[in-house]
Design a protein. Sequence first.
Length: 505
Amino acid sequence: MSIESDKIKQLIKQGEGIEIEFKESNGSLTRSVFETICAFLNRKGGTILLGVADDGKIIGVNEDTLQAQLDTLARDMNNPQIISPTFFLSTDVVDIDGKKVISIFVPESSQPHAYKGVYYDRNEDGDFKLTNQQLITNLFLRKQDGYTENKVFPYLRMEDFETELFDTVRNLVRLTRADHPWINMSNEEILVSARMKLRDSYTGKEVYTLAAALVFGKENTIASVLPHFKTDALCRKEDVERYDDRDDIRCNLMRSYSRLLAFIRKYLPDRFYLEGNQRMSIRELIFREMVANLLVHREFSNAYPATMTIYKYEVVAENWNRPYMMGRINLENLKPHPKNPTIANFFKQIGWVEELGSGVRKMYKYCPIYVNGALPVIEEGDVFKITIRYEVGEPVNDGVNGPVNIPINEPLRTYDSGNGPVNGPVNGPVNDGVNKTLSENEVSIISLLKVTPGMNRDEISISINRGRTSVYRYITSLKEKGLIEFRGAAKTGGYYIITETKKEK
C-alpha cells in the first residue's frame, strides 16, 4: 500500500489514536514496534510511522540504518518465535522535507496474534498486554467466524424449557403475519425453524443450542449452561452510590424483555405523539429498542453483567460486545452487524425488534421528540453503551467516564399529552350477550399480559396494533369473563391476568 507524503502529513496531523502510531526509531527498530503491530493485527488494523516523534514532529529514520530496519522487520515478522502466527506486512519509505519516514500498513487479521508469546490489544491510549485469560478468550471470540449463541448442549431436553412460552410465541407471530408458519408448528419444529436446534459436527446428532436455552430456558437451565448470565435493572435517581430500586434478572430473554420494560414503565414518564392520525407512546418506541439491544446484541460468553440504569435525567444501558468499530455511532457511520443473528431473527419474528439498523434510526427519530432535541448517545467498544435522556437536566457523571453529554437542540416536541390520563379503569356499559369464547384479539391480549403484566390500555393498543376503542371492547369482554383485572392507581396501574387460585377464592 503506497502512501504519498501528503497523505502521511495528513495522518500526522490527525495524531496518534486507535489506528495511528508514531515511533521515532531513528537508529534501530524498537521492539515496541512489534507490540503495536500485534495490537493492530488483533484489533482493527492501522498505520505505524517510523521516524515521527509522539508529538508529531518528523525526526526521520537514519538513512544508514534504514535498510537494516526494513530487513529486521521482514525477518522477524516471518519468525514464529517473534510473531505467532507469522504475517506479511507492506512498507513504504517516503521522503518528507528531506527526511525518511517508514510507513507500515497493518491490516486487521482474521486470527489472534502474539508477540513473543504475549497477546496485545489496542485502544485510544495505545497498546496493552492481555494479562488474564478472560481477555484472551474475548480476543479469540472476536476473531472466530462462529457465534457464541450457536454453542450446542447435547444434554438439554424439552423439559428444560418453559414450554408455555411457545404458545405465547405463536400468538405473537400471528400478530405480525396471519399465515406465519410457526402458528401450526410443534414446539420442537419451532426450535428447528428458528435454528435453535442444530446438528453437532462432532456427534452428527441434532441438539439444542445456547440460543434455545437463553430464549426459552427455565432459570435452572440457564444457570447450568451460563452461570454468570444476568441482567441488572437499577434505579439511581436519588441514591447514585447504591440504588433506589433494583431488579436482578436471571430468567430467559423473553421474560427478561418484559421485566426490563416493566422497570422502565415504573420509573419513566410516558408521552404520546400523534404521527398522522395515529397516537403512539414515545416511551415504548424508544425503550423497546434499548431493551432489545441490551438483550439481543450482547456477547454472552463474557461475565460482564448487562445493566440498565435509570438516573435522574437519563437511562444508560451497557453490555459486553464484539465490536466491529470503535467510537460513537451515528446515522452517517451506521454499519449494522449481527451480534447474535439467530436470537435477533427470533425477536424480529415475534415483532419485538426491528430490521438490523432500523432500531438505531428509530431512536434518532423519536428521542428528540421525547425530550426536546435530545439525541441518543450510542458508543461501540468492548462495552456497548446507549444513553437516552428522558428529562432535561444535568448529565450523569458515574465517577469513571465523566458526564455524558447529549446534544440538546431547539424544541421539537410535538407529542400530544392533552388527552387526559394515560390509562384508567375500564368504565362504561358491558355489551350484552358476551361471547364466552375468546376472539383472536382477546387471545393476543392474554398472551401479551402473560409476558408483560401491568400494561395499560394505550400500551396494549400499540402492542397489538389495534385502535383504543377496539381495545376498550376487548378489555371489557375479558374483564366480564373474569380473565383480567385492573390493579393500581388510575394513572399508573395496569391490567393483570386473574390466576386460577384467585378465581377459586
